[in-house]
Ligand binder design. Structure first.
Ligand code: NAD
Ligand code: GLY
Length: 365
């Protein structure tokens, strides 16, 4: 079992990574909880696969549970209504301030459960058990929680760190290939931000990660978690232009997700992959990134079989308007994460919106 430590001002916690952690790694969870109970939140796809086994393993480990909460699967669930239902159900089953909410599932379950935990009784313990590759390498770590609104992605939420993250690579065995690729986009993102040698490694071993070679998956997950832990430790609340780097590809990507209406045609990770390509291509147009680096990224995305374009029509003005609604923007205008090359991302403020519009017109063709 691998351990990555996350040091934040709010909490210091461990990420345990291993094959079978959900069954064999519960000692840490039971140490953490003592006599306190847990309430498991999961979704309708994950529940039939893992809930019963997890509850049985918890019982064996001496951890008491209350009735689990099961939400509908998918991005459409990340809304006020489902958040409210999780909060009311939690309160209805009589939890107290020491009861932990456990998110068993992908990023959607994690983001909603974390948000609920942060506001129930002004904050109850929260544990992440991510079951998608995307959640294992990104969303379960670092304490961003939230929901989407009509105005955009993740516009309402909180910074609320989990007390523990348990990553069982066995859960990836049931994950559809499309979801694996969505998670791979976030792995690639760390390489593109500040780790060119990780990009070299992914060019060599990325197909093995996607095909389920356990040792390669574990290594990619550990490396991604360590990258995220380092960035979060340096800038927990995104105040110093460090954590914002994790948003590489996200301003373009989030706009596409909103335009797609979260109807399942474009997954978050797919939007991030397209967004990273756009960020690199735009950086080339701005004369700040060598063309070879953008081509290298495009060719890796193609080789990995990633989605390269949105599977629906995109209106440029609509896309620009959505990008202008992004949280990173300031009074000075649009902020984008751009790149001087692979592994050399940076935060660019006051981006000329007219240049973005011209670039997108060219992209849409
Ligand atoms: P998701 O939670 O919708 O999960 C994807 C699908 O896989 C769902 O249908 C789910 O039911 C299913 N699933 C989950 N685990 C499974 C398993 N082991 N086997 C079979 N099916 C399984 O999506 P996601 O890609 O995990 O997360 C995307 C969300 O995460 C987005 O809302 C995004 O904004 C958010 N996110 C948050 C952060 C953060 O820092 N908080 C970071 C990145 C992404
Ligand atoms: N995924 C963006 C962040 O955690 O900051």
């Amino acid at each position: 079992m691998d351990i990555v430590k996350v040091n934040t001002q709010q909490l210091t916690y461990d990420i345990l990574i291993g094959d079978g952690v959900l069954e064999f790694g519960l000692e840490k969870l039971s140490d953490l909880l003592g006599k306190n109970k847990i309430c498991c939140v999961t979704d309708e796809n994950v529940a039939p696969l893992y809930l019963e086994g997890f509850l049985t393993a918890l019982k064996k480990a001496g951890v008491e549970t209350v009735a689990p909460i099961i939400i509908p699967a998918g991005e459409k669930s990340k809304n006020f209504e489902i958040l409210q239902s999780v909060i009311s159900k939690s309160l209805g089953i009589g939890l107290n301030r020491k009861t932990a909410l456990v998110a068993l599932g992908g990023g959607v379950v994690g983001d909603i459960t974390g948000f609920a935990a942060s506001v129930i009784m002004r904050g109850i313990p929260f544990i992440q058990i991510p079951t998608t590759l995307l959640a294992q390498v990104d969303s379960s770590v670092g304490g961003k929680t939230g929901i989407n609104t009509a105005q955009g992605k993740n516009l309402v939420g909180s910074f609320y760190q989990p007390s523990l993250v348990l990553i069982d690579t066995q859960t990836l065995k049931t994950l559809p290939v499309r979801e694996m690729k969505a998670g791979y986009a976030e792995i690639l993102k760390y390489a593109l931000i500040n780790d060119p040698s990780f990009f070299d490694w992914l060019e060599d071993k990325g197909s093995g990660v996607l095909e389920g070679v356990v040792d390669l998956q574990k290594l990619a997950i550990r490396k991604s978690c360590q990258s995220k832990a380092d960035i979060v430790a340096a800038d927990e609340r995104e105040e110093k232009d460090i954590r914002a780097l994790l948003n590489l590809g996200h301003t373009f990507g989030h706009a596409l997700e909103v335009i797609g209406g979260y109807d399942g045609r474009l997954l978050h990770g797919e939007a991030v992959a397209i967004g990273c390509k756009l960020a690199f291509d735009f950086s080339v147009d701005m004369g700040i990134c060598p063309k070879e680096d953008a081509l290298r990224l495009t060719s890796h995305l193609e080789k990995a079989g990633m989605m390269m374009r949105a599977p629906f029509d995109v209106d440029v003005d609509d896309m620009v308007k959505r990008m202008q609604g992004d949280k990173k923007n300031t009074e000075d205008g649009m902020t984008l994460i751009l790149a001087r090359g692979i592994g050399r991302a940076f935060v660019q403020k006051s981006v000329d919106v007219a240049l973005v519009r011209t670039f997108l017109q060219k992209w849409i063709g």
